[in-house]
Design a protein around this ligand. Sequence first.
Ligand code: SF4
Ligand code: SF4
Length: 62
Amino acid sequence: MPAVIEVSCINCDMCVPECPNEAISMGTRHYEVDPLLCTECIGYYDKPTCIAVCPLDCITLV
Ligand code: SF4
Ligand code: SF4
């Protein structure tokens, strides 16, 4: 279940440096998660840290 960033992302940059796997990068219009790199932060944090830091709550696990 990788994290997915929704279109409401405002590219605030909060989540990008927090990802332990560097799975978040700029897409066509907003940041996107590479599902092959996202590990839900297992081994690093108790919860997905990108979700914890996003001020818009626009990241979900799917
Ligand atoms: S859940 Fe963790 S590993 Fe996955 S994109 Fe977010 S910060 Fe990166
Ligand atoms: S923290 Fe949320 S709003 Fe900010 S860039 Fe990441 S997904 Fe987008």
